[in-house]
Design a protein around this ligand. Structure first.
Ligand SMILES: Cc1cc2nc3c(=O)[nH]c(=O)nc-3n(C[C@H](O)[C@H](O)[C@H](O)COP(=O)(O)OP(=O)(O)OC[C@H]3O[C@@H](n4cnc5c(N)ncnc54)[C@H](O)[C@@H]3O)c2cc1C
Length: 296
């Protein structure tokens, strides 16, 4: 099912994000995570694309395997930062042939240490260019794009950043999935600002249940997400006990989701980090039963 149909049918949409495993052991963990989450009946799951296309083949293999072996609607992420048009077209062709119906179109991060990113000569500079290309060359695909409630780190002018998001939507995106955030006020304000600039597509909230201190530090530094003082105090109380940290993280994320649902959020996208326990616990605490999801 394409994004526009999913978002029209599922209110809210519930989705889970995975990354391609690096080893056989990690693959086993992932497949048991998928088996644990599949019965929840998510609206879709997505598979990340490693920085600069580093997991190109592993992403494609996992996407096509999930498509073949499960009932899940599986959405590949695709970045253009390091790829030629031909490479992008090739991977998109393989997805369409494999029955994939949607893609999350991203630029990707500039390689580390590169201040002014220059795209490949025959590549794309921004995600909006990739969206334009997909819309024209692969018109059957549904397209998602990334949004940043706290602003994208590269563009300090937040008005401009929002105009750039609008370019992606105007180029043909069907849905915006946001970067993780820990303070819902950032999301509510983002949604309102999107409305003001005329972004009329559904905005799905990105939720990351904190599972360890090292993990949250890494994610916060990558995404620039702000940790509210209340959350920092709770994490400090948990100290270096990872179980307590994960408990604080799950409780915080569940509270965020409950309030977002009260605010009629269009969808919740869980950054699962390839583990099922926290996401499952949060999902079950929300009182949502897939078959009982409100229909549009
Ligand atoms: C839901 C989600 C999933 C993600 N999945 C992955 C993944 O699988 N793999 C991965 O490597 N990364 C992933 N990322 C991270 C993403 O690739 C980075 O944040 C990257 O730096 C920006 O990608 P983008 O698609 O938002 O780029 P863009 O929309 O192109 O924006 C990049 C920057 O350029 C600016 N900009 C855009 N258009 C213009 C313009 N015309 N003129 C001037 N400035 C402009 C924007 O304001 C922004 O600052 C994900 C992010 C999110 C939120």
């Amino acid at each position: 099912m394409r994004f526009d149909q999913i978002l029209a049918d599922h209110r809210p949409s519930i989705s889970f994000e995975f990354f391609p495993p690096k080893s056989d052991e990690a693959a086993q963990t992932l497949y048991s995570t998928v088996s644990g989450l599949e019965p929840l009946g998510p609206s879709f799951v997505s598979v990340t694309y490693g920085a600069g296309g580093s997991t190109r083949d592993r992403t494609r293999d996992l996407v096509l395997r999930l498509k073949r072996d499960t009932t899940l609607t599986t959405v590949p992420h695709l970045t253009c930062v390091n790829s030629s048009r031909r490479e992008i077209a090739e991977i998109l062709h393989s997805y369409v042939e494999g029955g994939v119906e949607n893609v999350l179109a991203l630029r990707g991060d500039a390689p580390p240490g590169v201040e002014h990113f220059e795209p490949p000569v025959d590549g794309f500079r921004y995600a909006s260019d990739l969206v334009t290309f997909i819309r024209k060359e692969f018109p059957t695909l549904g397209i998602g794009v990334a949004g940043y409630p706290e602003g994208h780190p590269e563009t300090t002018d937040k008005m401009l950043d929002l105009d750039n998001l609008k370019r992606k939507v105007d180029a043909g995106a069907d849905v915006v999935i946001t970067q993780l955030f820990f303070d819902n006020r950032d999301f509510y304000d983002f949604v309102e600002r999107c409305e003001l600039v005329g972004i009329a597509k559904p905005i799905v909230a990105g939720i990351m249940p904190i599972q360890s201190i090292a993990g949250v530090k890494r994610m916060a530094s990558l995404s620039g997400a702000r940790l509210p003082a209340e959350l920092l105090r709770a994490l400090a109380r948990a100290g270096d006990d990872n179980e307590r940290v994960a408990s604080v993280g799950a409780h915080w994320a569940a509270d965020q989701c409950r309030r977002l649902l009260d605010h009629q959020v269009r969808g919740l996208h869980f950054y699962t980090l390839n583990r099922s326990a926290a996401t499952r616990r949060i999902y079950e605490s929300l009182g949502i039963k897939h078959s009982q999801q409100l229909r549009a």
